[in-house]
Design a protein around this ligand. Structure first.
Ligand code: MN
Length: 221
């Protein structure tokens, strides 16, 4: 992977105009760190960053980090960021590069499992949300060398078993005497019908009602 000059990041961002960090100092942790920042900019994306050679190698992932084994998402290789950027969350003011809101979606440490000669990386992430193996491949999608793939790998070497599946319940209407009038509310008519949560796993949707019934067949095709 070609190292990019720090000046590219620096050229795009003006420290007088944005609260984002610019320095590169850090303490001595043994493991390299990773961070995923949810960046609600002109287009929502997730910035996937790995500590590499004293900086944060970075990819913008429009669809977010793939969570199901075998799933792969476009990851656009962008300029390195300084290490301190890993803890940044907040507003990038309008008019600046990447203007919008940055939240830390996950962070932690990682082990470098494999580094290919073409720059491809396999890492084992140890985060709050992300635990397991991911591979970054310089796939040059559409002939563009910035267009990499981020792939969720299956854990094959008896690593930690996958945790219990997260479960979600559908939102339900609540009977009330009056409607709230503050800002930030939207109203919609409660139609009769099914409330179903759909889970997509490796291209395979699963549809469950709030009582856990499988409605996949009923609504297939
Ligand atoms: Mn970004």
């Amino acid at each position: 992977m070609a190292q990019q000059k720090p000046s590219e990041d620096r050229r795009k961002r003006d420290p007088k105009q944005t609260p984002e960090p610019f320095t590169a100092k850090r303490g001595k942790a043994k493991e390299p760190i990773f961070v995923v920042q949810r960046h609600d900019a002109r287009r929502l994306h997730y910035d996937f960053r790995l500590e590499r050679n004293g900086a944060l190698a970075s990819w913008a992932v429009p669809k977010g980090v793939p969570l199901e084994p075998g799933e792969q998402h476009l990851a656009v290789h962008v300029e390195d960021h300084p290490l301190d950027y890993a803890t940044f969350a907040g507003e990038i003011p309008a008019g600046n590069y990447g203007a919008g809101t940055v939240e830390i979606w996950d962070s932690g440490t990682y082990d470098l499992v494999e580094e290919k000669r073409n720059g491809g990386l396999t890492v084992r992430l140890h985060g709050e949300r992300l635990n397991g193996l991911w591979t970054l491949i310089p796939a040059r999608l559409g002939g563009n060398e910035k267009n990499w793939l981020l792939i969720r790998k299956r854990d094959e070497d008896g690593g930690a078993p996958p945790g219990p599946r997260r479960t979600y319940a559908p939102m339900l209407a609540t009977l009330a005497e009056a409607i709230p009038h503050d800002d930030g509310w939207l109203f919609e008519i409660k139609w009769d019908g099914y409330r179903i949560v759909t889970r997509m796993a490796g291209g395979d949707p699963e549809m469950r009602t709030r009582k856990g019934q499988d409605y996949g067949e009923r609504f297939s095709g």
